[in-house]
Ligand binder design. Structure first.
Ligand code: NDP
Ligand code: X2W
Length: 352
């Protein structure tokens, strides 16, 4: 236990977009004390040198990553690192009894061969990876509550799976017809210099990327297959859109029952998410906007049915940095610690 009976936690990768969201949210979390920030190129600097507007609230240095120090100081740690790094320190942290929440893709896959195919890294931590739970609370709350290691979902999978889950779990669609068309703001690419993220490149333009080969495809397929009860392929196309925060995933699939109308679907979604405080199903005929979710941990879902094509169309809007990343990881920590799932998380976005 830390000061005032609070749980001491750390963040590795504190200088990045995920890291700084975690810092911001955890500083206000009533059960947590932030005691450790780790990084690589930023190590040795005060956190406030990187984010001067938070100097009044955060008085911690960024330190070089050392699993011994993390284990001495922390009960739980968030790893917000590029893919392929968390798997290098997580086994040591797990061995020392620390709760680990990994925001990268390293612990999202039940089959590490799939990870290696899509991410190109060979892994030797099969045993630890097998103990990881996929951190989507709306589907796996009970498993997360028992977990020591949580592999938090990618931002696109979060938006896509929250849209698709009721349809697949209740067998309402022909699963192989599912198509996901998703758009993300540029913060989804992290806080690194990349040519396609320059204002001059990304502004006033909209383009698909990773078509038919984005690495979130196998992650979405893994969970969809589990929900459908058999192996499934899903068509997923991401787009980069000239805004900073937010994802809108629009999902199309053919309904099995041509008699289902929009109001039926809204009733079904409301029932499915009745115990999910972070999912808001829009009223019939209302379609969500990314700016509604911006700054909050909410996922807004809107539903339409086209009787001509027999397709259901589900729109899911999140803030990629909150429900798609840092907020969802804190939601998982809350569940792992037995706290209220909503603790320390923003219920209201920035808009208007
Ligand atoms: N951005 C998003 O919308 C989402 C991202 N994710 C995933 O979350 C993870 C973090 O993403 P994001 O915050 O965008 O990334 P950023 O690029 O913004 O930040 C990466 C962080 O990793 C640190 N880092 C890099 N290499 C090392 C190293 N060898 N040792 C220690 N620290 C290191 C950097 O620290 P330093 O500056 O000190 O070098 C930096 O703090 C990624 O795996 C990403 O895929 C998941 C969901 C959504
Ligand atoms: C706009 C943009 O570049 N988005 C990122 C998604 C980031 C993310 O959530 O990916 P992981 O957590 O799986 O790394 C991308 O398409 O790679």
């Amino acid at each position: 236990m830390g000061k005032n009976g609070r749980v001491p936690v750390g963040i590795v990768g504190a200088s990045g977009y995920g890291g700084v969201q975690l810092v911001r949210l955890l500083m206000d979390h009533p059960e947590v004390e932030l005691v450790y920030l780790g990084g690589e190129s930023s190590a040795g600097k005060p956190f406030a040198d990187l984010y001067p507007h938070l100097a009044h609230a955060v008085n911690l240095p960024i330190e070089a990553v050392d699993s011994e120090i993390i284990a001495q100081r922390c009960e739980a740690v968030f790893l917000s690192l590029p893919n392929g790094l968390a798997c290098q320190i997580t086994p040591k942290l797990i061995e020392k009894g620390i709760k680990v929440l990994d925001l990268s893709a390293d612990y999202r896959f039940t089959n590490l061969a799939t990870y290696t195919t899509w991410y190109g890294t060979e892994r030797s931590d099969q045993k630890v990876a097998a103990s990881a739970v996929y951190g989507l609370p709306e589907l796996y709350r009970d498993r997360i509550a028992e977990a020591q290691l949580v592999g938090c979902p990618g931002c696109y999978p979060t938006a896509s799976l929250l849209a698709l889950s009721p349809l697949l779990k209740q067998g309402l669609i022909m699963p192989e017809t599912a198509i996901i068309d998703a758009k993300s703001g540029t913060s989804g690419g992290g806080r690194q210099a990349k040519i396609n993220m320059l204002l001059a490149e990304a502004d006033n333009s909209l383009a698909a990327y990773g078509v038919a080969r984005h690495r979130h495809t196998p992650e979405i397929e893994q969970i969809c297959s589990e929900l459908a009860g058999h192996e499934l392929t899903v068509q997923f196309t991401p787009h980069l859109i000239p805004m900073v925060r937010g994802i809108l995933a629009t999902v199309y699939a053919t309904l099995r029952d041509p008699g289902l109308v929009r109001d039926d679907m809204v009733t079904i979604y409301n029932a499915f998410y009745r115990n999910a405080p972070w999912v808001k199903v829009c009223e019939s005929g209302v379609y969500p906007q990314t700016k509604w979710a911006s700054g909050s941990n909410l996922c807004y879902i809107g539903i339409e049915v086209d009787p001509r094509t027999r397709r259901v169309i589900v729109m899911s809007a999140i803030d990629n940095l909150i429900k798609g990343q840092a907020g969802q990881a804190i939601q998982c920590l809350n569940i792992m610690m037995g706290w209220d799932e909503t603790l320390g998380l923003p219920k209201l976005g920035f808009y208007p």
